[in-house]
Design a protein around this ligand. Structure first.
Ligand SMILES: Cc1cc2nc3c(=O)[nH]c(=O)nc-3n(C[C@H](O)[C@H](O)[C@H](O)COP(=O)(O)O)c2cc1C
Length: 176
């Protein structure tokens, strides 16, 4: 395990997801897949399937969390909320607690996931997850956002790199 492993949780299952492109590909960032998880059912708290045990183990192994999410109907996508609910239970065994989290998002709308991020921050506050406050990252999926190779285009690269540098330093402070 890299010294500061970051668990990346993407709130979109779409093949060509803009948000998936934002998630950094570096070695120490581990993508947590959430699309195959069953719908949360509290009846199964005592007998979680392997997929949920794995989800919670991946979170436990991480020094930090990075949520990259679109906005669905002015909130977080259900698939992301489902994963959050799963790892928060059974009561008293919340895997997210205490893990420092960054929140990013891109949507086609001009407010760039601002409402979804605010909802997500409320959920994370309840789950005892500290979040990096500034700078906020509200991205709109315009033609300039990505270049021809699907990487972040020059207009946003410096801003996102600056955000990432601050986030990584913040997570390291937590781990110290
Ligand atoms: C069910 C649904 C609800 C959506 N609601 C919003 C919304 O509230 N605000 C917004 O800016 N875009 C909304 N969109 C458009 C998304 O920004 C767009 O589909 C975006 O590409 C999703 O991110 P992705 O590319 O990572 O999948 C919605 C899309 C879907 C499918």
């Amino acid at each position: 395990m890299p010294q500061h492993q970051i668990a990346v949780i993407v709130g979109s299952l779409r093949r060509d997801s803009f948000n998936r492109k934002l998630a950094p590909p570096e070695f120490s960032f581990v993508n947590i897949e959430i699309g195959h998880l069953p719908l949360y059912n509290q009846d199964n708290d005592g007998t979680p399937p392997d997929s949920i045990k794995r989800l919670k183990a991946e979170i436990a192994a991480s020094a930090g969390l990075l949520f990259v999410t679109p906005e669905y109907n002015r909130s977080v996508p259900g698939v992301l909320k489902n994963a959050i609910d799963h790892a928060s239970r059974p009561y008293g065994q919340n895997a997210w607690a205490g893990k420092p989290a960054g929140v990013l998002g891109v949507s086609v709308g001009p407010i760039g996931t601002a409402v979804a991020q605010q909802h997500l921050r409320n959920i994370l506050a309840y789950l005892d997850v500290p979040t990096l406050g500034q700078p906020e990252v509200f991205l709109q999926a315009t033609e300039e956002l990505f270049d021809d190779t699907g990487s972040i285009g020059p207009a946003s690269r410096q801003f996102l790199q600056g955000w990432m540098d601050k986030y990584v330093a913040w997570v390291k402070d937590y781990a110290a």
